[in-house]
Design a protein around this ligand. Sequence first.
Ligand SMILES: [Zn+2]
Length: 212
Amino acid sequence: MVASSYVNRTFKHYDQYRSQSGVTGTDAANYILQQSGISDVGVQKISGNLTDNYNGKTKVLSLSEATADSTSVAAIGVAAHECGHAVQDKKNYWPMRIRTAIVPLANIGSTAAFPIILIGVLLSWNQTLINLGIAAFSLALLFQLVTLPVEFNASHRALTILSEGGVLSSEEVPMVRKVLTAAALTYVAAALSTFLQLLRLVLLFGGNRNDN
Ligand SMILES: [Zn+2]
């Protein structure tokens, strides 16, 4: 919660700074894609607030209304970050491939973990089943850990292209970096929170209670 309110505050703050070049989020996105030799990715505008995303399957980069038409440094940063994912996709950045590959596993794991643990407890504390549930939950943590390098790397790529291409002035680069760092913090917070949940599960249900 703290992380997400920090992101919103940081975004709002830097949303007040108009970029000196006057480019919009959409302009910045098109520029980065072109600079990276990416011609098969479409840029579209979607509704919502900070709903920006890149879909590697459909090759569509979606920018929220607040990002697409805005000339703020915050909007340019967010748009550029999503382009960073498109560049990762093009360059076959391996952590992104791993992340995509474990999405289904992580979804099944986080959905099935608690029912499995509960059944294990109800079956007069079946430790094997309980451990299986904990292992399933740890897949969710694995997913979030793999997400971290993917997110940091996307922002890094974005900033490099924008600053080298002169889209951002030297005063604007640190502003965009702050916006992107704040956004990355939410992923760190999510991973930390999942780790603590896993730790709680291990402390409560793990170990080797040999009641039988
Ligand atoms: Zn991202």
